[in-house]
Design a protein around this ligand. Structure first.
Ligand SMILES: [Zn+2]
Length: 245
């Protein structure tokens, strides 16, 4: 096999590895982003719940103060009742007291309901806080793992890029730009094996004369259908190649 084809094959291996590194990095970065957003959502839920509880507590306190105030008034009225001599005045105040007591009972009922509601909210708050703690723990572990992995991938990528640069220098510039063009147009694969009179890139038949030329591996040939660069390799070699990937 001539150097150009061999070098292009090597170049493609490096490029595929770089593509894989980039893909994995993107997937991991995306995963981190998604997890962070989920965590943020639960954090907000906890905050909202805390705020609602605070509001309900303050509403409860206000109602309790009102009740205390109203109950004091009733006590004063009841004390005054003993001093009233006139029947009509007495009855009028009795009526007032009865009305006030009814209103107070309703207020008391409201307070009880509020307390029940607060209790439920607090339970919910507790559960969601526990869930959040679990998520935070899981996230920080995952974050640590992903950060390390990303760092490793970044190093690997830099290493592969250096390797690529060196190799690219030894390839004919025209061929190299052709390779780069095909790669961008054909889903990252520009160099493919010709096998059984077919191009393994597009799976189309290669004309016998061209296939014969490709088998020689002494010149760069392209698939007439997909324009990918073709090389020929015996099955033994080729399977060894696949295994090493
Ligand atoms: Zn093809």
């Amino acid at each position: 096999m001539i150097n150009d084809i061999q070098n292009l094959k090597k170049l493609q291996e490096i490029d595929v590895t770089i593509d894989e590194i980039v893909n994995e990095s993107q997937t991991l970065t995306h995963e981190m982003h998604t997890r962070r957003k989920e965590l943020e959502k639960v954090r907000e839920q906890v905050q909202t719940l805390s705020r609602v509880i605070e509001e309900k507590e303050s509403e409860r306190r206000k109602k309790e103060q009102d009740l205390k105030y109203e109950e004091d008034i009733v006590k004063k009225w009841e004390a005054r009742l003993k001093e009233i001599k006139k029947q009509r005045e007495y009855q009028a105040l009795m009526f007032e007291i009865a009305q006030a007591k009814k209103a107070n009972a309703e207020l008391e009922e409201e307070i009880l309901k509020l307390m029940e509601e607060i209790e439920g909210l607090k339970k919910e708050h507790e559960e969601i806080t526990r869930k959040l703690e679990g998520m935070e723990k899981e996230f920080s572990e995952k974050e640590k793992f992903i950060t390390e992995r990303l760092k490793h991938l970044e190093e690997q990528k830099a290493e592969k890029e250096r390797e690529r640069e060196t190799l690219a220098q030894s390839i004919n510039q025209q061929l190299l730009s052709r390779y780069n063009l095909i790669r961008t147009k054909r889903g990252g694969v520009a160099v493919v094996r010709a096998w059984a009179e077919r191009c393994t890139g597009c799976n189309m038949n290669i004309p016998p004369q061209l296939y014969y030329e490709v088998m020689k591996n002494d010149r760069v040939h392209m698939c007439p259908h997909c324009q990918r660069i073709l090389y020929y390799e015996e099955e033994q070699e080729a399977s060894g190649q696949t295994n090493s990937r």
